[in-house]
Design a protein around this ligand. Sequence first.
Ligand SMILES: Nc1ncnc2c1ncn2[C@@H]1O[C@H](COP(=O)(O)OP(=O)(O)OP(=O)(O)O)[C@@H](O)[C@H]1O
Ligand SMILES: [Mg+2]
Length: 618
Amino acid sequence: MHPHHGSHSDPTFRSRPRATGEVVRRVAVYLRPYKLMAFGTVSCAVLSLASAFVYPKLWRIIITDVITEKHYDWLTPAALGLIGAFLLRELFNSLRIRINNSLEQNVIFDMRRDVYARLQRLPVPWFDQRASGDLMTRIIEDVNNVERLLIDGVEQGTVAVLSIAGALVFMTLSSGTLTLVSLIPVPFLVGGALWYTLTAHKRYRAQREASSAMNALLMDNLQGIRQIKAFGRQTHEDERFAQRADDLRRGSLIVMRAWANYGPAMQFFGSFGIGLVLWIGGLQVIHHKMDIGQLVAFTVYAGMFFYEPIGRLHGLNQILQSARAAAARVFDILDMPEERSDRRGLLQQPVRGEIVYDAVTFSYVQEERRSPAPAVAQPERRVLQNISLHAAPGQMIALVGPTGAGKSTFVNLLPAFYEATAGIISIDGQDIRGIALESLREHISVVSQEAFLFNGTVRENILYGRLTATEEELFAAARAANCHEFISKLPNGYDSRVGERGVKLSVGEKQRVSIARALLKNAPILILDEATASVDTATEKLIQEALERLLANRTSFVIAHRLSTIRRADQILVLRQGQIVERGTHDELMTRDGLYARLARIQGTTFIEEGFEKLEVG
Ligand SMILES: Nc1ncnc2c1ncn2[C@@H]1O[C@H](COP(=O)(O)OP(=O)(O)OP(=O)(O)O)[C@@H](O)[C@H]1O
Ligand SMILES: [Mg+2]
């Protein structure tokens, strides 16, 4: 079997194998909107084939009637007819190629759109288990491979089959004996095709996986380019990349080697057939059972319209097998159920923002179990345990706790990025499991721990909060988020580009832009995962002000690190190892003199984590 493919032992690159029939059937669905085009391309191919069918007949006329039987006046019309037939064939070919190109591009477009649309609607935990590079490979490369099956398969397949059938008719009419002779290589051709079909799929799959593995590494490394440089790991990464690229090289070579054996072998059996035909046919001509023109015509039929299309079918088989491996990977995405695809109710308007967590428990492991092949059976670890909470409309809830306590997880359950393992979360008395995701998320603004900006202009990034906002609303949001000033100073103002993930802005700037984005969305519920990054006091003040405006009149969950933010909360939840260990207002917790009080009292603490660390040590 294949040498090891170490680098893509990663299960994320695998795909569920599919039967050829399933692949063909499902891919054919994409042709449905283009019936006319498909019909046009096949018709052109058939017409071009029909024009070609004329010329063995004309050859025979030239050799037998003109040369042997000396009807010299037939030569000019026969030659002109031949040229005309060639011309017609290429005219139809040109038309076919043009229709075919549009058909091909349309189908790729449709399929790509479908895959992307589905991909976007898959649940967050699904993405936790994937590599972006792998998904990109599926959308870019694999869709192309699948599409080749459609275009080449439908058209060339039809033409080849018609050609073989037509040739067999002409051949039988011309000479029964020679037809039988020309069938001698057929069992070998069929046997070869069978071997290839049964084994090629595996090779293609390994090759596709290798390609995914390489792209995934590439994607990861591009994102981490600063880390690579900072740690001076260029040589190390060169090697890792080379390893994956080498896997792809080897995978491709294995595919090609099989084809290098199969293709020429099949060609040989075709030529072998022609040899046999000339051999036996020659004997027949010598014994005057056949004339030369007839033999030439027969040989042309057998060569051009019988063996050649058989060869082409073998080529198609190669495409089919490659498409099968690619299609399995595309269908993996198309077949994943969307997150809550069924229609559910809407959140009742107006949203007051009363939020209840009732005995909520959560563990990440369940998601891995759901996937077909869990790598290692991990023991279930509860990230959240029995969390209960009641937030009245407009309240600010602060979550504090050491790193890894489950704070981010806690808030991620509210917009249903993840679903609670047990317990109920409700908004205004409505269980969120019964609310359509669109409606649910429309009413929740999220400012995440690491501000993520899209590669585009500042304006585009803020407008992401509400695409229809006016210029005035945009500026108002930017002013409220204290970012109007710095944006105005950028070389192109609001039209300055922020770079991928917003690299061209500082952390503090990015954060304020993301606050402006949330302000523009103006949702009644807010989730704020405060960044831990320290900024200077002036910026800190700007951010604080921005946050205050953002928090006003909303029910908010704030994962806070700054004591100044926490102090203002209506409820403070102290989380430790997935459990609420203390709760109350700042004053209540101070008088209770528990963990929180000890934290807050530590001299010079600005960030609550510092307190945790000091307590742990002390
Ligand atoms: N997507 C995930 N899949 C599996 N486990 C996860 C995932 N995200 C977080 N965890 C685990 O869940 C636990 C809680 O993580 P969480 O991100 O909620 O912590 P946190 O309280 O927000 O910490 P921090 O203050 O550092 O942001 C951690 O032990 C972490 O390893
Ligand atoms: Mg977190």
